[in-house]
Structure formats: C-alpha cells, structure tokens
Design a protein around this ligand. Sequence first.
Ligand SMILES: NC(=O)c1ccc[n+]([C@@H]2O[C@H](COP(=O)([O-])OP(=O)(O)OC[C@H]3O[C@@H](n4cnc5c(N)ncnc54)[C@H](O)[C@@H]3O)[C@@H](O)[C@H]2O)c1
Length: 248
Amino acid sequence: MNLNNKVIIVTGAAGGMGRAIVSQLLEQGAYVVGIDLSEKLLNQTKHPNYTVQAGNVLDETRIAEIFSQTFEKYGKIDGLVNALGIAQSATPIEEVSIEQWQKIMDINVKSLFITSKEAVRYMKSKNPGSIVTIGSISAVRPRPGLQAYVASKGAAESFSRALAIELAPYAIRVNTINPGPSDTNMLGQFTASGADVEATKKEIFIDSIPLGKLIEPEDIANAVSYLISDQSKMVTGATLNVDGGRGL
Ligand SMILES: NC(=O)c1ccc[n+]([C@@H]2O[C@H](COP(=O)([O-])OP(=O)(O)OC[C@H]3O[C@@H](n4cnc5c(N)ncnc54)[C@H](O)[C@@H]3O)[C@@H](O)[C@H]2O)c1
C-alpha cells in the first residue's frame, strides 16, 4: 500500500496489534501519531515520522489536545485507527459487577465516540478521511462468560456503520476489522480466573480456528493498511473478518 504523506492517529499504539499497525503504516510512508497510556511503552517504536502521545483515551481534554497538535503540525488528519481495547476474564454474568461492565463499555465503546468526534472535526474540512476500528469476531461468534466484552464489540461495529452513513457525504469512510483470537498479551486475559492460560490458548482458542493457528498482529496490520489506503476508496460501513474462519 502507498500511504505516502498520510497523517494517521493510532490508539492502543503500544499494544500487540497497535505496534504492528504503527510499524506497517510507517513503512508505507505515513506520518503516525501513537496514543497509549504509557510513554515508555510507546517509545519502543522509533522512527523519524512517529510521534508519541501518552494519554488516556477517556480523557476528552487530552485527546482533543493531541488531535489539535497533530492538525497544527501537519495541516490535516487523514486517518484514525481505533486499536485499543481491554479484555474480560470469562465470568458468569451473576458474578460481574456493574463497575466491571461499565469499565469495559467505557474503554471499548465510549473511547470510540471521543476519538471519532475529534477526527471528524478535522477530516470534514480536509476530506477524504478513513476511520478503522478494531472490533472482534466474538461480536458475531460469542464465547461464554464474555458478555460485557462481546456487547462492547457489537456496539463498536454498529457505531462504525452509523458513522459510515453519516459521514459518506464528506468522503469519510468508516470500517471495522473483526480479529479472531490473536497472538498478543490480551489473549490470555480472556481465560477464566485460575485457568491455565497456555492450555486454554491451545484447547479453546487455536482449536476453534478453522485455519488452525492464531491470528498474528501483522495480519491485522495488513487489513488496516488496506482500509486506510485509497485502494479501499469505495469501501465503507464494511466489516472485514481477519479471523482464520472463526466466524464461520
Ligand atoms: N488479542 C485478541 O485475541 C483480540 C481478538 C479480537 C479483538 N481484539 C481487539 O484488538 C484490539 C487490540 O488488542 P491487542 O490484542 O493488541 O491488546 P493489547 O492488550 O496488547 O493492547 C491494547 C492496548 O490498549 C491500551 N489501552 C487500554 N486502555 C487504554 C486507554 N484508556 N487509553 C489509552 N490506551 C489504552 C493498552 O495500554 C494496550 O497497549 C482491541 O480492541 C481488542 O479488543 C483482540
């Protein structure tokens, strides 16, 4: 993909998928701004066209500042990749507190409202633009005990579709990628409390993927590059499953 001179903001940029996404966008010629909680972790990626911005995506003021600084520096914002998220440890619903439910909905859904609102503010005046959100195949193929996480990812996909129709007149495209079980730190966090993480990875996750192996962060980065690039200029409101067939 040719992403020369595109200015792209990535949330969750220090995470397993985030790091692969940032590296690939940089390799393809983009200017990338990475947002995550920890500056130290963000700084693991070094590149002259990479700007690190530590911040909590739920902090509306800080996020507005990051978008405004990016626009001032480059004069435009072409892309937003919403790659952050938190997992849920598999838990029966009667043991899930309202606080646990709310935290997952806030980080996985409210964050999308906050970042997309800022992105659209700048993209509308300098269109076209592309917003890509990392959902989860669990939204359509749930596993037991992940009710809050699954609901948050269903909301993420619906939100993308709602924005896709609202923003089409401005040439701003909005799409979702639904990964299947992926080889990052997050995967172990889906296991039930006290369960053997490695055994769960093999027995539950890998064995549930028709193509027989975990999704790599680079597989997700490939899909992001396509949806951010002009190669996908007629794709909006779509969901791309990168799941090894898990959703079948
Ligand atoms: N790993 C999987 O199996 C899997 C499967 C399907 C979907 N997903 C989704 O893919 C996306 C990326 O997941 P990952 O596997 O790279 O996870 P990860 O845990 O490696 O990375 C997530 C990143 O988000 C950051 N983050 C969390 N809350 C934040 C906040 N409030 N503000 C700023 N940053 C915050 C974390 O610091 C972390 O660096 C998530 O949306 C996740 O739900 C993951």
